[in-house]
Design a protein around this ligand. Sequence first.
Ligand code: HEC
Ligand code: HEC
Ligand code: HEC
Ligand code: HEC
Length: 133
Amino acid sequence: MKAPNLLILLGSPILLMLCGSALAQTAPTSPILLKGAPMGAVKFDHTPHVKVAGKCEICHHVSKPEKPLKAPQQACTDCHTNPATPPVTTKLQAAFHNPTATAGLCIGCHKTQNSQGRAAPVKCADCHKKINA
Ligand code: HEC
Ligand code: HEC
Ligand code: HEC
Ligand code: HEC
């Protein structure tokens, strides 16, 4: 009587983990080019970022009622555009940083990391590069 119950208890978290991984996508292994800004495109590499962030949800936010996600890690640029496309109100730039690039998703973490001795870019031209096209 006791043994099967214990097995179910031990088995359920493993089952949950398996279901979770079946739903999740894997992070792209080659860098993504984010285009749009006149100063040049931003090259974004998942590999070092996934290590630092720990989990995808740090950048890929949960589905929002205004415009639900089609996939757990849908491209930001599908929804965040310049100008913003209703019902979404957060425009392309604001999805990544404020107009002076002093705050926002990308910059906030870079500042924190740099205060801990890392060298993550915070200057416009260190992210937006004409050579990235
Ligand atoms: C530091 C931020 C960050 C983290 C952490 C992160 N991503 Fe991303 N991811 C991005 C950005 C930025 C893009 C580019 C979006 C675009 O092209 O509009 C992207 C794009 C993607 C895409 C391509 C989407 C498409 O349809 O083009 C997939 C798949 C993806 N990420 C999966 C993951 C997974 C899985 C994880 C966790 C293991 C993860 N990402 C963690 C920022 C992040
Ligand atoms: C399916 C559409 C969709 C996708 C894909 C998407 N977002 Fe959003 N995002 C929204 C909606 C809806 C909101 C709510 C506020 C609004 O209407 O702009 C939002 C809000 C935000 C905000 C404002 C803060 C907040 O959480 O309310 C940021 C920053 C943001 N998104 C960044 C990103 C980034 C970075 C990505 C890609 C890694 C991404 N978004 C992908 C639809 C999307
Ligand atoms: C969770 C923290 C975190 C977030 C969020 C984050 N970054 Fe970073 N990023 C870092 C760290 C740390 C480094 C330095 C990497 C190293 O030292 O290896 C870095 C480095 C970079 C670099 C330079 C890479 C190189 O090859 O020189 C670029 C470009 C970059 N990030 C873009 C972005 C963009 C765009 C976003 C927003 C979508 C973003 N980052 C969000 C932590 C973060
Ligand atoms: C950590 C990397 C990073 C830094 C630093 C950064 N940006 Fe960005 N910025 C991005 C990303 C990613 C996008 C979204 C992709 C794109 O539009 O190129 C973006 C978008 C933009 C856009 C929107 C373009 C459009 O079509 O709507 C403008 C304008 C912009 N940035 C200006 C700046 C300025 C000015 C600075 C410096 C004060 C700066 N950025 C610093 C990553 C960065």
